[in-house]
Design a protein around this ligand. Structure first.
Ligand SMILES: [Zn+2]
Length: 427
C-alpha cells in the first residue's frame, strides 16, 4: 500500500489492512470490505460505542449476537481511567474487554474540547441560544452559558481539566497517538481541532490549518510507534476532515489529508468530523468524499438517525458510530418502525407483545413490552440491558439492510420505503 515496505513480513505494516469496494450505487454510495487484523467489516456498517471499553449494560457477547461488527471506544475516557498503559499491559482494548472483533478509538480531541469547554450542545443544529460565542484573548470562544472554560487550544495542543477530578492534562498530536497505540485499537483517528458552527470564518481557517499541521505530526508519530511496537498487529490511522459548513474549507481539508505523505506514510482511511448541520449533512459529506481517494474507507463520526444514515451512505460514507442507541435506551426510549417511543408510557403496561413485532433482537424474541415497562417502573437494571440490545440491533440491522440493498441494486426502493415508514423516528 502507501507506506514503506516492511523489512520483514512479520513487522506490522499497512499492507496487512485494506478496503475493497464490492458494489456501487449512484454517484457515490458504495458497499465494501474493510480488513483489520481482528477481522473484516462489511460496509456500510454501524459501529456501536463502548465509551469506557463497555457498551453500557450489555455483554460483548450480546453485541456480537446482535450483529455488531466492531466497537468504538473513547481515548479520552480510557486515558483518564484506567489509563492506556494499563490497557496496553492487558493486551490491548479488545483483549481487555473480551471483544475479539475489530475496534476503533477516537483521538480524544472531541471529548477534550467539547466536554472541557462545555459547548457540546452548540454542535447541534438544535442550538437555541443556551450558549453564546464570545471573544477571549482575541480568539473565538464558544462556552455554554454558566460553564467554566476548561479547555485551551494552542498551536501545539490542548490543555484541559479532567471531568473526573479537575486535574490539568495536556493532549498533543503525539500524546494522542501514544494513547491510541497503547489502547491498541485496529482503527485510530488523528488528533484534530473541533470547532463549532458559531466560530467565525477566520477562526475556522486557523483551526483547519492547525488540524493539518497536527495531521502531519500524527502520521510521523504513528510511523515511529508502528516501527517500535512490533509485538502488535498493524493499527490503521485515519485522518479527520474538518472545515465546518464551508465548502472550500471542507474540500481543501479533504485534498490536503487525502494526499498527505510523511516520509512515505499516508492515512489508511478518513473520518469526517466536526459541526455538521443536519439539513446539510449529505452536501457536506459529498464535498468531502468527492475529494478523498476512492479506495480508502470513510467514517462519519456521531450519527445514527435513520434518515441521516441513508443520506450519509448515499454521499459515500462507509462506517458510522453513535452513542445514542444505548444512551436513549437507558432512559426507556426505544426505536420502532413507527418512530421512537417511551416504554414507561401507560399504553405499554399490558402490551403482552414485543416492543416491535418486526424486530428479531433477543429482547423482542424473548420478552414483552409489558415486562420491560415493568422493569423501568420498578427501576430494575435489566431494563437498560434489554432496551440497549433492542436499539443497537435496530440500527445495526437497518444498516445491514442498506448494505444488502446496495449489493442488490434496491437502495432507492429501500430508502423510499424506510424513510416513509420511519418518519420522525430515532433521535
Ligand atoms: Zn427488538
Amino acid at each position: 500500500m502507501t507506506a514503506p515496505s516492511a523489512d520483514s513480513a512479520s513487522l506490522p505494516s499497512p499492507a496487512d489492512v485494506g478496503f475493497e469496494i464490492t458494489a456501487r450505487h449512484g454517484e457515490r454510495a458504495r458497499a465494501g470490505t474493510l480488513t483489520t487484523p481482528h477481522g473484516e467489516i462489511a460496509t456500510p456498517a454501524f459501529i456501536p460505542v463502548g465509551t469506557k471499553a463497555t457498551v453500557k449494560a450489555v455483554l460483548p457477547e450480546s453485541m456480537s449476537d446482535l450483529g455488531a461488527q466492531a466497537l468504538l471506544a473513547n481515548a479520552y475516557h480510557l486515558y483518564l481511567q484506567p489509563g492506556h498503559d494499563l490497557v496496553d499491559e492487558a493486551g490491548g482494548l479488545g483483549r481487555f474487554m473480551n471483544w475479539p472483533g475489530p475496534t476503533y478509538t477516537d483521538s480524544g480531541g472531541f471529548q477534550v474540547m467539547s466536554l472541557g469547554a462545555g459547548f457540546q450542545k452548540v454542535l447541534s443544529s438544535e442550538f437555541s441560544g443556551g450558549a453564546k460565542a464570545r471573544t477571549a484573548n482575541g480568539e473565538d470562544d464558544a462556552v455554554r452559558e454558566g460553564k467554566e472554560r476548561l479547555a485551551h487550544v494552542d498551536d501545539d495542543g490542548v490543555t484541559f481539566r479532567s471531568f473526573i477530578n479537575g486535574d490539568v492534562h495536556r493532549f498533543t498530536p503525539e500524546i494522542s497517538m501514544q494513547i491510541q497505540h497503547g489502547l491498541g485499537a485496529d482503527i485510530m483517528f488523528a488528533f484534530d481541532e473541533l470547532t463549532t458552527l458559531m466560530n467565525s470564518r477566520g477562526y475556522q481557517e486557523q483551526a483547519l490549518e492547525r488540524t493539518r499541521l497536527w495531521a502531519i505530526r500524527c502520521l510521523a508519530e504513528h510511523a515511529r510507534l508502528t516501527a517500535e511496537r512490533t509485538h502488535r498487529p498493524y493499527q490503521q490511522l485515519w485522518g479527520v476532515i474538518q472545515g465546518a459548513q464551508y465548502e472550500d474549507l471542507r474540500r481543501q481539508a479533504a485534498r490536503d489529508l487525502g494526499a498527505m505523505d510523511v516520509e512515505g506514510w499516508s492515512f489508511d482511511g478518513f473520518g469526517i468530523g466536526g459541526a455538521l448541520e443536519k439539513e446539510n449533512l449529505g452536501t457536506i459529506v459529498g464535498w468531502v468524499t468527492e475529494e478523498l481517494p476512492e479506495n480508502k474507507a470513510r467514517h462519519l463520526l456521531g450519527i445514527s438517525e435513520v434518515d441521516d444514515l441513508f443520506v450519509a451512505i448515499a454521499a459515500g460514507a462507509d462506517t458510522f458510530d453513535c452513542v445514542s442507541p444505548s444512551r436513549v435506551a437507558r432512559n426507556s426510549a426505544v426505536y420502532t418502525r413507527t418512530g421512537r417511543v417511551n416504554l414507561t408510557g401507560a399504553k405499554y403496561r399490558r402490551q403482552f407483545a414485543p416492543i416491535d413485532e418486526d424486530c428479531d433482537c433477543y429482547t423482542c424474541t424473548h420478552y414483552t413490552a409489558a415486562y420491560v415497562h415493568h422493569l423501568f417502573r420498578a427501576k430494575e437494571m435489566l431494563s437498560s440491558t434489554l432496551c440497549t440490545i433492542h436499539n443497537e440491533r435496530f440500527v445495526v440491522r437497518l444498516v445491514d439492510r442498506i448494505r444488502a440493498s446496495l449489493l442488490s441494486g434496491d437502495f432507492d426502493a429501500l430508502r423510499e420505503e424506510t424513510t416513509g415508514a420511519y418518519y420522525g423516528s430515532p433521535r
